[in-house]
Design a protein around this ligand. Structure first.
Ligand SMILES: NC(=O)c1ccc[n+]([C@@H]2O[C@H](COP(=O)([O-])OP(=O)(O)OC[C@H]3O[C@@H](n4cnc5c(N)ncnc54)[C@H](O)[C@@H]3O)[C@@H](O)[C@H]2O)c1
Length: 322
């Protein structure tokens, strides 16, 4: 199998490194910045390189990993789907709800899939928590609380896709992993959201740098998510409460599980091997391509997550005290 990587920035290089290190498949690289293309291609001994996606798509590939900034996802995905490819697409799906909706429709109409790369689903602690919920270890889950925080050292905030609204920026879209995996854990459609957000420090940005999301699911689980771009350390925490047990996890510690029957807390190993996360994500994509399977996170799932991003952003902007 042969994949094309579109965009050789930070995450494009992560996927390339994984493909080359674990010899997952053949790979070619496309990057509009010629100097960056040559630098990354040389580092991983990639011989097939392109500076334009149109040119690259004249050649045969089994799939493409789209690693360009949020605002370029829709255009790149359209080109790849129209070339007959199923795509792996970096998160979030797009820069706007309108784009995400059009992308979802294009997949449905063309019969192609978009695998939206919310990589935490391939990390063992998240998979372990999901399994514990499914096995009923927590009884009926009624509350999922997640937090993600970390200072973004962004020198080009006026032009960076993370910090400019029209490019798809803002803390809610950049940290939408939390929405994706919380909804995966809850396994139920969203019925309403509320959000309070702030430009607590970055008054000159046109996006939120902090947000508190409340999401209610049809099965009565309430998700509560804190996000900020401000804290000096980067970290994630999860708390899940059910009628028979609870989980508490801070990402550099072990998972703690409270078992009501035993009335005790158990520690569970939960180290993340990031090389394996990215490796397993691409292996999943290759498996879907080779064996005509649907991806774990398809365009519908990516679109549902984007609807929550958009609804929370809208909710944060509506202040009844205005
Ligand atoms: N899954 C994860 O954990 C994770 C981590 C980081 C980034 N991401 C996502 O990956 C995507 C890329 O993020 P990044 O941090 O690698 O970005 P980046 O800025 O480091 O890299 C983007 C690359 O795309 C190239 N590019 C191609 N077409 C472009 C266009 N039309 N406009 C601008 N640049 C273009 C740029 O030259 C650049 O090399 C984003 O959607 C981001 O949210 C995901």
């Amino acid at each position: 199998m042969k994949l094309l990587i579109q965009g050789a920035g930070y995450i494009g290089e992560v996927h390339l490194k994984s493909i080359v290190t674990y010899k997952l498949c053949e790979v070619a690289l496309c990057e509009m910045n010629e100097a960056r293309l040559q630098e990354v291609a040389a580092r991983y001994h990639v011989t097939e390189t392109y500076t334009s996606l149109d040119e690259a798509l004249q050649h045969p590939f089994d799939g493409v990993i789209i690693c360009t900034p949020n605002f370029a996802h829709k255009g790149d995905m359209e080109k790849c789907i129209n070339a007959g490819l199923n795509v792996m697409l970096e998160k979030p799906m797009a820069e706007s709800l309108e784009s995400a909706e059009e992308m979802y429709k294009l997949c449905s109409e063309s019969g192609r899939f978009a695998f939206v790369a919310y990589c935490l689903r391939f990390a063992s602690p998240y998979q372990r928590i999901k399994k514990m919920i499914e096995e009923g270890k927590l009884g009926k889950v009624f509350s999922i609380r997640a937090a993600v925080a970390g200072k973004k050292a962004i020198s080009d905030a006026k032009t960076n896709y993370r910090t400019v609204r029209k490019l798809g920026g803002g803390v809610i879209s950049d940290f939408s992993h939390e929405i994706d995996y919380s909804l995966w854990f809850a396994a139920s459609p969203v019925v309403r959201v509320k959000c309070i957000g702030n430009q607590a420090v970055h008054k000159d940005w046109d996006v939120l740098d902090t947000a508190e999301l409340l999401i209610q699911c049809e099965n009565d689980i309430i998700l509560s998510v804190h996000m900020d771009f401000l804290q000096p350390y980067f970290g994630r925490t999860i708390e899940i409460y059910g009628t028979k047990g609870a989980i508490r996890w801070r990402d550099n510690e072990c998972i703690k599980f409270y078992d009501m029957e035993k009335d005790q807390w158990e520690d569970m190993d939960s180290a993340i091997n990031w090389d394996h996360v990215y490796r397993d994500e691409v292996i999943h994509y290759l498996d879907c391509l080779q064996n005509k399977k649907r991806p774990l996170i398809d365009e519908k799932s990516g679109y549902e997550t984007f609807k929550v991003i958009a609804a929370c952003t809208k909710s944060a902007e509506e202040n009844i005290f205005d």
